[in-house]
Design a protein around this ligand. Structure first.
Ligand code: SF4
Ligand code: SF4
Length: 83
């Protein structure tokens, strides 16, 4: 399972991808973000589910190790933006 530290950074920069436009409250922050946590976590969209997205879209293209590594790089980039 992907190790997430629940910083909430990915949910505050939705304007970086058109895929998340429907969740964007207008300033890049997800309308469902409550503090740093997802208020609809159990029912969050597929695109917010890292492990399920791997199974559905990436498992035949890259290894899980590579996929996690890419996700971690994006997390770190987003954290730097929020510093
Ligand atoms: S930016 Fe990464 S570590 Fe932070 S909440 Fe999102 S997935 Fe988790
Ligand atoms: S639905 Fe939840 S996990 Fe997805 S971007 Fe919004 S707050 Fe983050």
């Amino acid at each position: 399972m992907f190790e997430c530290d629940k910083c909430g950074c990915c949910c505050r920069h939705l304007d970086m991808s058109p895929l998340y436009a429907e969740l964007d409250s207008g300033n890049g922050v997800c309308r469902y973000l409550d503090g740093n946590l997802c208020s609809i976590y159990e029912n969050r969209p597929l695109l917010c589910r890292i492990d399920e997205c791997y199974e559905k879209f990436f498992s035949e293209k890259i290894s899980l190790e590579e996929y996690y590594s890419l996700n971690r790089q994006i997390c770190e980039m987003l954290k730097r933006k929020d510093d």
